[in-house]
Design a protein around this ligand. Structure first.
Ligand code: ALA
Length: 492
């Protein structure tokens, strides 16, 4: 028997307010900035150069457009679900309502890869930029404390040092978790500031850089394929789309704030589609300027491709601006990812699939503080002790998997609950969700085999927890979940 969470129960839960529930403080503007906060980060600032140098050349612009189209299909499905079932659990909740508890568990567990490991990945990159930032002031952190134990660094005197742990990465995770505990409104305020700053610097880069574009860098626009799939030519443009996909991850995080949105039915589609749209325009312009300033070959093996592009302009001060923008950009990505993760565990715990402690709400701040504290520790462990490559690879596969299930879920829901009000309807169903599934699956298949093995191991751990804990404690299975009663009608 398939245990599904009835839609009327979900809709009643979405409407609840007061003690033990999350506070509704986020406007549509906050939701768009939240999306942009999660989206613009390591993908834009680091991967654009790599995708241009190794896969697509100047046609990385087309890779961004392809990535955006794939995400837009999934984004439209997310927007329909999030406006229809505005609950913090995002894809987990949508699956619970459409495909049943088992699939919901799988997706909830899978989202840890996107959100928790996403935060860990970006915090490790953040620590590298903090080091660059401190250098500007002649300050230095001992390298042993900025790397995982699996990494080494050669010092100027030739001595090779081994890492102990990545302390700056832990620092940023702990600080942002504390901010999240303090409150969604405070977190949204800080996020708005960070987003304004990073978007401003991106716009300055585009505006200033545009004047120094050397048109010869665009020839050839799509370099000839080397004979290997994915190395230039059209296959390279598509492989490039898979690489820069990471840059789009995060728009779906908006849906995890559904229970904190003032008007989720309107705000969810605006937040999801709006942030995706803004970022796509910025990405296309940014990558066009970047590959116009420097030749795509110059970005080969560079960890800081934007710096290479800026060197082609007379404005060296932009280098410093970019470091600050990148630090702000990464901070807001981590903030939103940590927030999304705690909200998903909050919802899973409310359903009984995880221990109650994860849905404990702070009496004063009305935030799921125990979930925030748990993930401060969990994410810190990965950030401190695991190399960035290992965690980073897990994020894309986990996210794509979630997108596939959301696209399938929309088709199921249109059949099972055709008459439930949908404040936002994804257009051209089933074409949009089917195209979303196909594109996301294609990107998953293009990921390396060891990423698939890690996904399988993570899922196996999840299944053990499901069969030994969640199944036994599921409130739906126990019959505890009942439709909350409507308020008594007023006496005549
Ligand atoms: N899209 C986010 C980034 O690029 C995850 O950092």
């Amino acid at each position: 028997m398939r245990f599904k969470k009835p839609l009327d129960v979900l809709l009643k839960e979405a409407g609840e307010s007061g003690a033990g529930t999350l506070k509704r403080t986020l406007s549509s503007f906050n939701l768009v900035t939240m999306g942009i906060g999660a989206i613009i980060g390591a993908g834009l600032f680091s991967l654009t150069g790599l995708a241009a140098a190794n896969n697509a050349g100047p046609a990385v612009v087309i890779s961004f457009v392809i990535g955006a189209i794939g995400c837009a299909f999934a984004g439209l499905c997310y927007a329909e679900f999030a406006s229809m079932i505005p609950i913090a659990g995002s894809a987990y909740t949508y699956s619970y309502a459409t495909m049943g508890e088992f699939v919901a568990w799988i997706i909830g567990w899978d989202l840890v890869l996107e959100y928790a490991l996403g935060a860990a990945t970006v915090s490790i990159s953040w620590s590298q930029y903090l080091i660059k930032f401190l250098h500007l002031f002649g300050l230095q952190i001992p390298p042993q404390w900025t790397m995982s134990p699996w990494e080494t660094a050669a010092q100027a005197n030739g001595v090779v040092v081994h890492g102990y742990m990545n302390l700056p990465a832990v620092f940023v995770i702990v600080c942002l978790s504390l901010l999240l505990i303090r409150g969604s409104r405070e977190s949204a305020f800080v996020n708005n500031l960070l987003v304004i700053l990073k978007v401003a610097v991106v716009l300055v880069f585009i505006g200033v850089g545009w004047q120094f574009i050397n048109p010869s860098n665009y020839h050839p626009f799509i370099p000839d394929n080397t004979g290997k799939f994915g190395e230039f030519g059209w296959s390279g443009v598509f492989r490039g789309a898979g690489v820069v996909f990471f840059a789009f991850i995060g728009f779906d995080a908006v849906s995890t704030a559904a229970q904190e949105a003032k008007d989720p039915k309107r705000g969810m589609p605006i937040g999801i589609i709006g942030s995706l749209l803004v970022c796509t325009v910025l990405y296309v312009l940014f990558s066009h300027v970047m590959t116009g300033l420097a030749n795509y070959k110059d970005f080969k093996d560079s960890a800081a491709p934007v710096a290479i592009a800026i060197e082609k302009t007379p404005y060296a001060w932009l280098q410093e601006g970019i470091i600050v923008a990148i630090l702000c950009g990464y901070t807001s990505v981590i903030l939103v990812m940590l927030m999304g993760q705690s909200r998903i565990f909050f919802t899973m715990s409310k359903d009984g699939l995880l221990p109650k402690v994860f849905s404990k709400v702070h009496s004063k701040f009305q935030t799921p503080y125990m979930s925030n504290l748990f993930f401060a520790g969990f994410v810190s462990l990965f950030a401190a002790f695991v190399p960035v490559r290992v965690v980073g690879e897990m994020v894309s596969i986990g996210t794509l998997f979630a997108f596939v299930l959301v696209c399938i879920g929309i088709m199921v829901m249109r059949k099972s609950d055709p008459n439930t009000p949908r404040p936002f309807r994804a257009p051209w169903v089933p074409f949009v969700p089917i195209a979303g599934v196909v594109i996301c699956m294609a990107m998953m298949i293009s990921l390396p085999g060891d990423t698939w093995i890690r996904l399988a191991v993570w899922m196996a751990i999840g299944l053990v927890i499901y069969f030994f804990y969640s199944k036994k404690h599921s409130l739906i299975r126990k019959g505890v979940v009942s439709v909350p009663k409507d308020p008594e009608p007023p006496m005549a």
